[in-house]
Design a protein around this ligand. Sequence first.
Ligand SMILES: [Fe+2]
Length: 257
Amino acid sequence: MVMVDLHCHLLPGVDDGSKSMEISLRMAKEAVENGVTHALLTPHHMNGRYVNHKQDVIHLTKQFAAELEKNNIPLTVFPGQEVRINGNLLKALDNDDILFADTDNRYLMLEFPDDDVPHYTNRMIFDLQQREITPVIVHPERNTMIMDKPEVLYELLQKGCLSQITASSYIGTFGKKVEKFSRQLIEAGQGYVFASDAHDLPGRKYEMRQAFEKLSSEFGNDFSHHYANNARTIINGGDVPLNAVQKLRKKKHFWLF
Ligand SMILES: [Fe+2]
């Protein structure tokens, strides 16, 4: 069975993910043990700390693929980027310095700052969509502004963005609050895929198998297959079936009698 991981930091020495080839190979083995067959390698790009140019990522991914083969690790890897929303994104697209999840340049793995959805986001999403790009918003369940105002994500999904929930969030690695919010998003049709976002950090490991098992037990096997299929469709540049997205109920700040 094909299982695609659309977001991981397996490339050695390029960001806050794996620090060495040895660690990368270990993480790749963990991916395989979790059932992952194909991984999009998504080092941070333009997040204020790391820049990983498209051609460098392509080159390093080829090197890593050769190492995987040499070590008999059955993981197929593709070059990607986790792109931080930033004022220079359109320029970077013009300069052909952005990698997509698919080779048709349709799906962009887009990250927001941990605690903000910048004021120019709507305009940027519009500009991306004008270029026939569909942003896949990565880990909205860990963004503190979205946790506080879930309607911000709802509106982005209504505009046609997709979202990626991190497997570890859903199984509780980032705490109860993030776990609960992940489940609420999934329930409201506001999630499309799981990804590992694996780093070589404590609590940032491969937990895809566990997350899919939990998804099956809470939402059924068909739903779990639907998530796995969506990831495969994204990496193949196909049409992801859009969810019927529901608005999350606002928190009540008073008692009703
Ligand atoms: Fe990431």
